[in-house]
Write a protein that binds this ligand. Structure first.
Ligand code: TTP
Ligand code: MG
Length: 581
């Protein structure tokens, strides 16, 4: 229950609705509790004495109170729904905001697929339980206590039956809850697996098709789906057993009441109406107890969801601004790495970067070359603080990046990530993403520099063409160039191109480089091809997280065996060296 209660803060703004709902529910329960008592009156004072006046008057009361109860019940439902829906919307909004505030490190840990489940399924589970809490969870205990008291007031002698019945029912309840709880926990786990399989498959549908693994995936999904069904059935079977078992106890109780009551009526110690009222209250009491068992199961399922939401809400960003961090930052662009070591593991195991030292003067182009997995992406990711170094420091204009407010820092750095991700929307909006106020001329200029203006103009809608699901489809190289344009538009002091021209042909790449050469900015260019790095001021060769060679193309060619090897292998493959000065 701890995690669910922790989410209670989201209900606070709607306290009025959240208080009204239980109050109205209490009114409805009060009305419900009056009914058996009125029946008693009709029977004992009306029918038994042949007094039609009492029958009609009491009947009218019954109808009137029932109507009030109905109105209260409706009102309660409406209030509970309003409170719960607002609660859910706020919860989802806060979760989304939280995810935006988290660092790459947190997101590695929380995993995108599971986050989707949390923001949708888990949030809905908790929202539904809140609606239930405000209605049924108020109704059931009130009804239980109310009808118990009423039963005792109606006939203290018959109420001794509770002494026998209650322990039986309670024991049965404890047994059932203990049996079903683990079952429902397993249902929830299987539901998680199902969601993961589904999410993976939907985002990777193209890979599945490409490898013709559709049948395999259908089988994999089928297995999880079947397990889920089996677990659900097993859990429901237990719940299904509850009903008849409880009805048996209840009916035995009613039989006992009628029997004992009958004897007392004959003896003149009890009236018929009293007996009817008592059995009514008896049934209501036992029914409420049964409902409680179901509520416990439901609550515990929501608790599992609430716990997963709590994990997101309580995640602290691993990258944070230090107190007193610089908020206005206009660097010249001198980037220095000092003995930087980095690992994706929070405890520093398996470092992917070791003892990195480098200096990039303002306006210089630094190229990073190295085998896949060498750590190129990891290295450049430290500059905009996607991650923080474990030891050593990264500095811009002599200031440790950790002493600069993240937004101020990232505002000066343009990044074209290794994987070009565009959003659904127009091409114009995609290019403007980092600088929404940019004018059309600026957008076109950035596109022109990224060598993407021509082909955008060839679309019927030009810059207003929609990218994404139902819009134009872009090739990998076209996406990469739009991503470069997007990075350029922010006029960054430091530009990071992570393998951003890997899908662009050599000639176009050379033209892009020619355009970039006219900008005064510090550039980090990650590349696989030597042709991309020829003109760089400094080339760093990375191997297994270490810088193994450093210098200009000519220097490296004469001094570094690794570089010569890469050069030779690419020349053999017929790699034309575009852009050679
Ligand atoms: P990268 O820095 O991604 O290596 P790279 O950019 O040189 O490789 P590529 O040319 O293929 O783009 O990875 C270095 C190591 O860090 C590698 O073992 C994978 C690991 N890694 C993570 O564990 N988590 C991550 O988010 C990334 C990017 C890498
Ligand atoms: Mg990479």
């Amino acid at each position: 229950m701890r995690a669910t209660r922790r989410l209670g803060v989201f209900l606070k703004p709607y306290w009025l609705w959240a208080t009204l709902a239980p109050l109205l529910m209490a009114l409805e329960v009060a009305m419900d509790l009056m009914q058996p008592r009125l029946i008693q009156r009709i029977v004992d004072q009306g029918i038994a004495r042949g007094d039609m006046g009492v029958v009609i008057e009491t009947g009218a009361w019954m109808v009137g109170l029932a109507l009030i109860g109905l109105a209260a019940g409706l009102g309660c439902g409406v209030c509970a729904i309003i409170a719960a829906q607002h609660f859910g919307a706020d919860l989802r909004g806060t979760l989304f905001g939280k995810v935006q505030a988290l660092s790459f490190g947190n997101l590695d840990h929380l995993e995108t697929g599971k986050l989707i489940t949390r923001l949708t399924n888990d949030a809905t589970q908790v929202q539904e339980v809140v609606a239930m809490l405000l209605r049924i969870m108020v109704r059931v205990p009130l009804l239980l206590i109310g009808s118990l008291i009423r039963a005792i007031l109606t006939s203290p002698e018959l109420s001794l039956l509770f002494v026998v019945l209650m322990p039986i029912v309670l024991l049965a309840l404890v047994w059932i809850v203990n049996r079903t709880y683990p079952l429902f926990t397993r249902v929830q786990q299987e539901l998680d697996t199902l969601n993961t399989v589904m999410q993976e498959n939907l985002s990777g549908l193209r890979v599945v098709r490409a490898f013709a693994r559709g049948k395999h995936e259908v089988r994999r999904f089928g297995q999880t789906n079947d397990t889920l069904m089996e677990r659900n059935t097993a859990a429901s079977r237990m719940t299904a057993l509850t009903m008849p078992l409880m009805m048996l106890t209840l009916n035995m109780g009613v039989v006992a009441a009628v029997w004992i009551g009958g004897v007392r009526i004959v003896g003149g110690e009890l009236q018929v109406g009293e007996l009817i009222a008592f059995t009514n209250y008896l049934m209501q009491t036992l029914m409420s107890l049964m409902m409680i068992s179901m509520l416990v199961v439901r609550l515990s399922r929501a608790e599992a969801s609430a716990e997963r939401l709590r994990e997101v809400l309580d995640s602290e960003p691993t990258v944070t601004s230090r107190p007193g961090a610089i908020t206005t930052f206009a660097p010249e662009g001198r980037v220095v790495f000092e003995d930087v070591c980095f690992s994706y593991d929070p405890n520093g195991h398996d470092p992917v970067l070791r003892d990195i030292n480098l200096i990039a003067e303002p306006g210089q182009t630094i190229a990073l070359l190295g085998a896949t997995g060498a750590g190129k992406t990891s290295l450049v990711n430290l500059i905009p603080r996607f991650y923080d170094a474990q030891s050593g420091r990264v500095m811009i204009d002599g200031v440790d990046v950790r002493d600069i407010n993240e937004e101020a820092l990232r505002g000066k750095i343009g990044v074209a990530l290794q994987e070009s991700i565009l959003f659904t929307g127009t091409i114009r909006d995609n290019i403007r993403y980092g600088h929404p106020e940019a004018s059309d001329e600026e957008v076109i200029e950035a596109a022109r520099m990224a060598q993407v203006d021509d082909f955008i103009r060839r679309f019927p809608d030009g810059y207003d063409s929609i990218v994404g699901q139902r819009g134009v489809n872009l090739s990998g190289g076209q996406k990469q160039r739009i991503a470069i344009a997007r990075a350029l538009l922010t006029r960054p002091t430091i530009l990071i191109l992570d393998d951003s021209t890997s899908a662009v042909d050599g000639e176009t790449e050379a033209r892009i480089q020619g355009e970039l050469a006219r900008l005064h900015q510090t550039r980090f260019v990650v590349a696989q091809r030597i042709s991309t790095v020829l003109t760089a001021d400094k080339i760093l060769v990375l191997d297994d997280g270490r810088i193994v060679a450093e210098g200009s193309h000519d220097e490296l060619l004469s001094s570094s065996p690794i570089y010569q090897e890469i050069f030779d292998s690419q020349m053999e493959r017929g790699g034309v060296l575009h852009g050679a000065a």
